[in-house]
Write a protein that binds this ligand. Structure first.
Ligand code: ASP
Length: 364
């Protein structure tokens, strides 16, 4: 519990000292101050077989810097009394633009050589939610998910219709090749080769083939890094929100959609319990309704957040042979993360506290 207690303490001292009774305005201010909440923020950048020694020091430094920058974007919003929803958009925008992560630019390719992007967002105060699947030209899918929530009668839009809506909403539209990175293209080629499937043509407008670091590619394949991004935020008004954005899984086929845009699976937020964002092999997260299940354990079984998260990820997901992790946060500011992979890019910060960034399983 990290509510401000100062105003209440000062009020009782004044009464004990026989001071004048407080005016209505003073009482109102006191109530507002008492109700004010410290903000908190927890972010992931994907889970996988991320092990010490398997990553170059330069790459590790890049990931740590990117996770710290993500926290800083969220902090700037929340410290200025911005909403949890705005903080999520701000954090994810930067990650969607960063080729390190599998969301927006840097997303993985489908077997047909396309970047099909999924995202979702949920407001724990109202239980409103928005989601998009399979968009190929929207620079910031998380903002499209937000627009679906705020400005449509629907919760989830997909494909062409979602893109028409994005245009109508005035969101930034980019050519599909905007999302192209050589590293992800090469990973897709490698995955298709292993499956015995044909390599598609490079997307129109993609840069000419470039030399890539084959060591990095080997590590990507070995580490099975996911790279989806997700955030849970708590604002000073005491509201929780969660959001997730991804390119899905490498060489996915037939319009496959994972858990990230599915409310209750990859993303969930409810002020009555908690907010969760997930990353991992989405098929398992969908079947286990991971995000809402963790919140249900908190709400109905009274488990603390870490215990609920570990039960679902370490016990139940592992029992199904699923892999991945989550970050989570309660309206009281309790933060948890849990994963059954060797590592997960993750970061957290609470108002007045230091930012924490971690990658490997043996950290913090
Ligand atoms: N959960 C995502 C999906 O299955 C992938 C990821 O987390 O990287 O689409």
């Amino acid at each position: 519990m990290i509510r401000f207690m100062m105003a209440a303490a000062v009020g009782s001292l004044a009464l004990a000292a026989g001071c004048q009774p407080q005016t209505q305005t003073q009482t109102q201010t006191q109530t507002q101050t008492q109700a004010q909440q410290h903000w908190a923020l927890v972010v992931h950048g994907g889970a996988g077989v991320i092990e010490r020694g398997a990553m170059t020091p330069e790459r590790e430094a890049e990931y740590r810097a990117a996770m710290a920058a993500a926290l800083a974007r969220g902090e700037a919003v929340l410290q200025a009394d911005g909403s949890a929803l705005d903080a999520i958009e701000a954090v994810i925008h930067g990650m969607e633009d960063d080729p390190l992560f599998n969301s927006g630019r840097g997303a993985v390719f489908t077997a047909a050589g396309r970047n099909e992007l999924d995202a979702s967002i949920m407001d724990g105060a109202t239980l409103e939610a928005g989601a998009v699947a399979g968009v190929t030209q929207v620079r910031h899918p998380i903002s499209l998910a937000r627009a679906v929530m705020d400005n449509s009668r629907h919760v989830m839009l997909q494909g062409e219709g979602a893109e028409t809506f994005a245009r109508e909403q005035g969101l930034e539209i980019v050519p599909p090749a905007f999302f192209f990175t050589e590293r992800r293209w090469a990973s897709m080629e490698r995955a298709l080769g292993a499956l015995g499937l044909a390599i598609p043509d490079r997307p129109e407008g993609a840069p000419a083939p470039a030399e890539i670091d084959h060591g990095e590619l080997d590590r990507d394949a070995r580490e099975h890094r996911f790279g989806t991004v997700g955030v849970v935020a708590l604002d000073r008004a005491g509201n929780i929100a969660a959001g997730t954005s991804t390119g899905g899984t490498t060489a996915k086929r037939w319009g496959r959609v994972g858990d990230s845009p599915i409310i209750g699976a990859g993303t969930y937020a409810n002020n009555a319990s908690c907010g969760v964002s997930a990353t991992g092999t989405g098929e398992y997260f969908i079947r286990l309704t991971v995000a809402s299940r963790i919140c249900a354990l908190v709400e109905f079984q009274g488990l603390d957040l870490q215990a609920a998260s570990d039960q679902v990820i370490r016990d139940e997901l592992s029992a199904m042979q699923g892999d991945g992790g989550i970050v989570a946060l309660t309206p009281d500011g309790d933060i948890a993360w849990s994963f059954n992979t060797p590592g997960m890019y993750r970061a957290r910060q609470s108002e007045g506290g230091e930012p924490v960034v971690a990658i490997y399983g043996d950290e913090d």
